[in-house]
Structures are given as structure tokens and as C-alpha cells.
Design a protein around this ligand. Sequence first.
Ligand SMILES: *Cc1c(COP(=O)(O)O)cnc(C)c1O
Length: 333
Amino acid sequence: MSEEPFVGPEEIRSARRTIAGTTRLTPVDRSAALENSAGSPVYLKLEHMQVTGSFKLRGAMNAVANLSESEKARGVVGVSTGNHGRGLAFAARAARVPCIICMSSLVPQAKIDGIRAQGAEVRILGKSQDEAQQEVDRLVRDEGMVMIPPFDHRDIIAGQGTLGLELLEQVPDAEIVLVPVSGGGLISGVAAAIKAQRPQTRIVGVSMERGAAMYQCQKADKPIPVEELPTLADSLGGGIGLDNQLTFAMTRELVDEILLVSETEIAAAIRHIYWQERQIVEGSGAVGVAAILAGKVQAAGPVVAVLSGGNIDMNQHYRIASGEDVDVSKEAA
Ligand SMILES: *Cc1c(COP(=O)(O)O)cnc(C)c1O
């Protein structure tokens, strides 16, 4: 494994200048309802209100902006069924850069439409993510397009890190910051931004019990394959890449701890965020609140939970909000 040097505060500040004006500075709200569970003030970073519905736009905007003119002319490609696809498609359109998102024929129509609506060409190939990846590899090899990965890339991490800079201005005495973790681009950037200014702030990752790739890799002390399982936190699925260059090492070095939450705890959090906080958040964006409600977070100072995204199937949200015990492992597509 040959690792790159960590993304630092300079790169993150530069990313902030680059994406200012095309991304939203999302608000922070204090939650009176969560204060009892954490034993201290709780703030919610409302990043589900970001353009495209998640923080992924920050990294994508920064990565597209940093391409050379010739790369921009050739265009960008990605494999993503979800928020990275939306963010990349939006960023490419804003920069007038051609964009192709490849996915398998198993992807639900609503997700395909979500990405098409951002203006990207969607190419449907085969019945697995692997076959979609083969088409991406071909576009890179034969057409010179540039692959923008979802997390293990300097410009992506620096873009996600801009959320950390904002958050520390909004809650300067944050004691704990709860960050949803999948491949670790968000938490690596946020930790790099915050630890450089306030090393005593604890950066705590949260993942679902079902298929917590970064958690299991950190436990194994190296990137390992982790089985992907159906979960309400569907944006947190997938591995971190066996040839991980940045996010595994940055997480090991800069993140204090990773907590796990159950499907029942995630559902309870989606419900709480809807009825008490009056926000609509997807499962992946609710894991920090899930950890607080489950009593897994105790602090002497302010706690900030990042609500990282809002792109949830509204039918599923309705069922959860209505109190139904939705078990996605029993209704996998
Ligand atoms: C991608 C995503 C995450 C996880 O981000 P990583 O950088 O892969 O760790 C968390 N929440 C939402 C809503 C996401 O789309």
C-alpha cells in the first residue's frame, strides 16, 4: 500500500473558495428534544438541505473545478446509484462538462430519474455494479474521460471538508461531532478541517451495524472486503476499496471512534427527526441522531450531529414515520 500524504487545512480552505456560490452554507439548529439523551446541548447540521440533497455536491464541485481544460472537454464519468451520482451530475452541468453515470439494470427507476434530472447521461449496463464499472473503465481508456470516485480522492475529501470549516464557525466550542461514515471521504475531510483548529474536538463516526466497512477495516487494521447488506442507511453501503489511498489512513489517524447503530435505532431516528425536528432525512443522514437517542453519546459540551442527506424514498419514509417496523433485509429488491 503506497499512501498519499493527508489532505490538509490549506486544501480545504482552497476548496471552500472554489465551491462558494455553487453550494449552500447549510444552517445549524439547536435541538431541545435531544438534549436529555446526550446530557448537553445538541446541534444538527442540516446538510440534507444542501443542493442535490447531500454533502456529496461539495466534493464533486471541487473535483470538477480542479480539472484541466482538456480534461473538462473530455468529460467525467462515475458509477453511482445515489448521492455521488447526483452531486457529480449537478457539478458537471454547472461547469458545462459532459458527464456519464453508469449503473446496472437493477437500479430502481426513481434513482435513475433522480440522476437524469440533474442533466447527466445515464448508461444502463448489465446486472451488476461490476459490469457498470467495466463501461466506466472503457470510457476512461478509449474516450479519455476522467473517472471521479466517490470518496478516495484529494479534491473530494477537501470539498467534503468544507462542511467541517462551516460547522466549527457555527458551533465554535463543539465537543463531539457525529459524522455518518461509509468510504470515509466526509469524515476524513471534516476531521482534517476541525482537528487543525481545535484538536480537542472529538470526531466520532457512525455507521450501521449491517455492513460497516470502515469500522471493520479499522478493526482489521487494513482495508478488507466487507459484505454489503440491505440497510435503511443505504448511502453507507459498499466497501472502502482494497487499494485505499487516503480515507483509511486519515480515518485511522484523525477519527477518535466509530459507533454502530441498529436498523431499529436508525428507524427511530428518522421518526424523531420528522416528528420532533420537523425534517425529512434519509437513513444514512439519521445515524448520528440514532446514536444519541440510543444513549451511545455522552458529552460535557456541545454535540453536533451531521444530517448528511435527505434523499429517501418518500413511500419508505411515510411508512417509517407512521410507526411501521420497516425491515429492508426482508424486502430487498
Ligand atoms: C455518501 C454518504 C455518506 C458517507 O460518506 P463517505 O464519504 O462515503 O463516508 C453519508 N451520508 C450520505 C447521505 C451520503 O450520501
